[in-house]
Design a protein around this ligand. Structure first.
Ligand code: GDP
Ligand code: MG
Length: 307
């Protein structure tokens, strides 16, 4: 952007909430493009990711976080640290909840983390998935969420999948942002490189096809990401699992499962990057990688701060 009005607003907006409430879906919907992996099973989002929306009067930088949940192993702890770090660093927090159900333990853990916070956090409660509930139930759940998140004053019901009320959410956000020139060029959509998004989309495909059979023990490493001129891109990736038995499941009979995973991931990467993709996947066992600091580093956990 070469020139912008002097009252231009720009700031960082954290998307906080338990897994599966629709944070990534909301970010994709607002940006009008799929840059974050979405799945009906929790924990597809493993890394913090920014989604940048540039408007005439404001630039909103959404920061999508891995959901807050109880630390079950090192990876879990890491994901929690990331989430609360973000809270400190952003100008505004959107607490995203699933209003089709009442608050559960995960919502309460999150609410406690907010109450422990030393400064008052400017926040909006976003009641997602309104398409799944009737008015009386919505009101019930809304007051239950406002009660546990009592420092938060403002709430808005939305549907990230249908796009309902997103046009009302954006002005609410912009009002709360500080005056500042934009942080990023106007055509930049995200801070992640295409290869990192590709890795996330491959993980999403694994989780989609295997559900609970290989419970979140899959890490994806991109080994090669090459342009082949007008032929598109060539991507080679390794899926790391924790056990030999999981390797068998991921590969499937005669390689059939790996083929399905690869085909679905390839289509998503093609539509994200707008060109043809040739995707080659292989599977390797790396025992207990989720508790292994060096492996966590290798797979890209431990990213830099927001600003
Ligand atoms: P995250 O873990 O909070 O990032 O959640 P995701 O964005 O991955 O979404 C989890 C699941 O909820 C996916 O199956 C989404 O399609 C679904 N979902 C998200 N938003 C809505 C919504 O507004 N209505 C309905 N019915 N489902 C939604
Ligand atoms: Mg997500």
């Amino acid at each position: 952007m070469t020139s912008f009005p002097s009252d231009y607003k720009s700031g960082f907006v954290a998307l906080m909430g338990p897994p599966n409430v629709g944070k990534s879906t909301l970010m994709n919907a607002v940006l009008g493009e799929k840059i974050a992996a979405v799945s009906p099973w929790p924990q597809t989002t493993r890394q913090r990711q920014m989604g940048i929306l540039t408007l005439d009067n404001a630039q909103i930088i959404f920061v999508d976080t891995p959901g807050v949940h109880r630390p079950l192993h090192k990876l879990g702890e890491h994901m929690n640290e990331e989430a609360t770090d973000v809270l400190h660093e952003c100008d505004l927090t959107l607490f995203v909840v699933d209003v089709s159900r009442s608050p559960n333990e995960e919502d309460r853990i999150l609410a406690e983390a907010v109450a422990d916070h030393e400064r008052v956090i400017p926040a909006i409660l976003v009641l997602n998935k309104v398409d799944l509930v009737d008015e009386p139930v919505l009101e019930d759940h809304q007051s239950a969420y406002l009660e546990i998140l009592h420092p938060v004053q403002e709430s808005i019901p939305i549907s990230a999948t249908l796009g309902d009320n997103l046009d009302k959410l954006l002005p609410l956000i912009i009002t709360r942002l500080p005056e500042s020139p934009p942080f990023f060029p106007q055509d930049q959509l995200t801070d992640l490189y295409e290869r990192e998004i590709a890795a996330d989309l491959i993980r999403e495909s694994v989780i989609f096809h295997l559900r609970d059979e290989v419970p979140h023990s899959v890490a994806v490493r991109i080994d090669e990401y090459k342009e082949r001129d007008h032929h598109g891109a060539y991507i080679a990736a390794t899926l790391f699992v924790e056990r030999d038995s999981q390797k068998g499941i991921v590969i499937g009979q005669g390689g059939s499962m790996l083929k399905k995973i690869g085909t679905a991931a390839r289509k998503e990467i093609e539509s994200m990057s707008g060109r043809k993709v040739y995707l080659q996947l292989r599977v390797k066992v790396r025992k207990n990688w989720r508790n292994d600091e060096s492996a966590l580093k290798l797979f890209g956990f431990g990213r830099s701060k927001v600003k």
